[in-house]
Write a protein that binds this ligand. Structure first.
Ligand SMILES: [Zn+2]
Length: 186
């Protein structure tokens, strides 16, 4: 198992084309029951996620693995309360949103793969998800409100979709505005 680098669409000076290719790809299902390779990939995602204190969630393509695996906190969203306890996060393998309902709600989202910016995104406030758990059991889950937002954000990554693909308002720190004006034009 290994802690991996998190891929980003840009760094401090340029667009990172080689990372973008992987982040933009539609990811494949993990073979179930997962074999040695699949287990290793899941493990790398878990280790990389747990190594960080600034991630609410992480998807496998963000660490260079184009497989349908996501991990996210399910409570203690405030970084200072993040315990990394097994009960405080969930892993979903091959997740699919089976239904979305509830009010559409807007909130600003950040992403480790889109550093320095936030984008206001409209999402349904309730989703149902079908997936497999770590043991390869079929599971069906319901998520609401903030957690529903996190899970939708992570599943977007499996489709190669990022926060910059949404229409909403961008929040860019003043000192980075020239850089973004330049790269967004290209
Ligand atoms: Zn993200």
């Amino acid at each position: 198992m290994a802690i991996r680098r998190v891929l980003t669409l840009w760094d401090n000076v340029r667009l990172v084309e080689e990372d973008a290719v992987i982040l933009r790809k539609v990811s494949d299902d993990v073979f179930i029951p997962s074999d040695h390779v699949g287990k290793g990939q899941i493990d790398d995602l878990v280790q990389t996620f747990l190594d960080r204190n600034d991630a609410l969630g992480l998807a496998a393509p963000q660490i260079g693995i184009n497989k349908r695996i996501v991990i996210f906190r399910n409570k203690n969203f405030d970084d200072s309360h993040w315990t990394k306890n097994e009960k405080d996060y969930e892993v979903l393998v091959n997740p699919r949103i089976s239904s979305a309902r509830g009010e559409m709600a807007a909130a600003s989202e950040g992403c480790l793969s889109c550093p320095d910016i936030r984008v206001e995104i409209l999402r349904p406030s309730e989703i149902k998800v079908r997936a497999y758990d770590l043991k390869g059991n079929k599971i069906s889950k319901r998520y609401t409100n903030f957690l529903a937002r996190i899970v939708q954000h992570e599943i977007d990554h499996l489709e190669g979709k990022l926060i910059v693909d949404y229409e909403g308002t961008y929040y860019i720190p003043r000192e980075r505005q020239d850089f973004f004006a330049k790269i967004m034009k290209g």
